[in-house]
Design a protein around this ligand. Structure first.
Ligand SMILES: [Zn+2]
Length: 345
């Protein structure tokens, strides 16, 4: 027996193995090939055993060739395995990619501020042009600041108009108006005072197209020397024309509030019916604010000398202002947060 047949057989094994490894479609097939070629009962293992029975002078050359084939096949198996893995990853890139810049049609519409926020910011901007600053106060108030300091003692009939939500302890209540901010600001600041105080207020009442149990007010207070009613009327006119435009008419009437003397009411012509009268207004008019000269006792309650200083105050419903500004017929729409409604503004 010569070396040639063994070497020739090994060459055939190597060629055959290379072809099959290179065309193996998956890892499972590769594993089967590894067992078939290099396993204990494998073809290469058998050939190596055959080397042992060769004549001594041929053994070395045949053994070296057999080991070389074994190493070669081993490396090819590893290379093919890597290639299969690489193909799998590239396949993933094709089949499972995600375009992070993809935007579904219509899903990226740009939002905007709620009409109440828009109205509040516009009111703030108008009054800041007149030198007013924004003041805030607590929504949970004590009886003194919400009522007593504003000339509404216990048992006063005006309390019936401001039925509130009371906390079960301590006599605290949800403030029924932003007027207590007047007292709190006067307590802490000497005149001259020019503030507006926007914020939520609460009333315990049934809801309809014009009323909600929670709404927003904007309070205004100006205290200085020699402040007159004409200053107040001029301020209301400036505000109304800035907010609603010159085509809306303004009506000033006498009114009564415990904390102002004299008191007035200001109304603006209805933008829905143009003053003809509709379900959103009273005979073509919408009241926008109550106002008046600050009662001397209220100034005193705020620590201010009414002999030296005078002032005026006003309070308006932000929701009502927004309804007027944007011709909204039902106040309840403002808090339903129906985007079909909100996106109109
Ligand atoms: Zn109307």
């Amino acid at each position: 027996m010569s070396t040639q047949p063994v070497v020739g057989e090994l060459d055939k094994i190597a060629t055959d193995a290379r072809r099959r490894i290179e065309s193996a479609p998956d890892k499972e097939t590769l594993e089967e090939l590894r067992v078939e070629l290099l396993g204990k009962k494998g073809v290469v293992t058998g050939a190596l055993r055959g080397v042992g029975v060769l004549p001594a002078d041929q053994r070395a050359a045949a053994g070296a060739r057999a080991n070389a084939v074994k190493t070669e096949i081993d490396q090819q198996l590893v290379a093919r395995q890597r290639a299969l893995e690489q193909n799998r990853l590239e396949g993933l890139a094709d089949s499972e990619w995600v375009d992070v810049t993809f935007i579904p049609d219509g899903a990226a519409t740009r939002g905007h501020l709620h009409p109440l926020t828009q109205a509040q910011r516009e009111i703030t901007a108008i009054f800041s042009r007149l030198g007013y600053q924004v003041a805030l106060g607590p929504e949970v108030e004590d009886d003194y600041h919400n009522f007593q300091a504003l000339n509404i003692p216990e048992g006063h009939p005006a309390r019936d108009e401001w039925d509130s939500f009371y906390l079960t302890q301590g006599g605290w209540l949800l403030r029924t108006h932003t007027s207590p901010v007047q007292i709190r600001f006067m307590e802490a600041h000497p005149p001259p005072i020019r503030i507006i105080a926007p914020g939520p207020v609460y009333r315990h009442e049934a809801t309809d197209a014009g009323h909600e149990s929670q709404f927003h007010q904007v309070e205004g207070l100006l205290v200085d020397e020699d402040v007159r009613m004409s200053d107040l009327v001029g301020t209301i006119e400036y505000f109304s024309r800035s907010m609603f435009g010159a085509d809306r008419r303004i009506r000033i009437t006498g009114d009564h509030f415990p904390f102002t003397e004299p008191s007035i009411g200001a109304a603006v012509s209805c933008g829905i019916c143009k003053g003809a009268g509709c379900s959103s207004c009273k005979g073509g008019w919408l009241e926008i604010m109550g106002a008046g000269m600050v009662h001397p006792q209220v100034l005193r309650n705020g620590g201010i000398d009414p002999e030296r200083y005078s002032g005026f105050a006003f309070g308006m419903g932000l929701d009502r202002i927004a309804m007027l500004k944007y011709n909204i017929a039902d106040i309840r729409r403002l808090r339903e947060n129906d985007v079909r409604f909100l996106e109109q503004f």
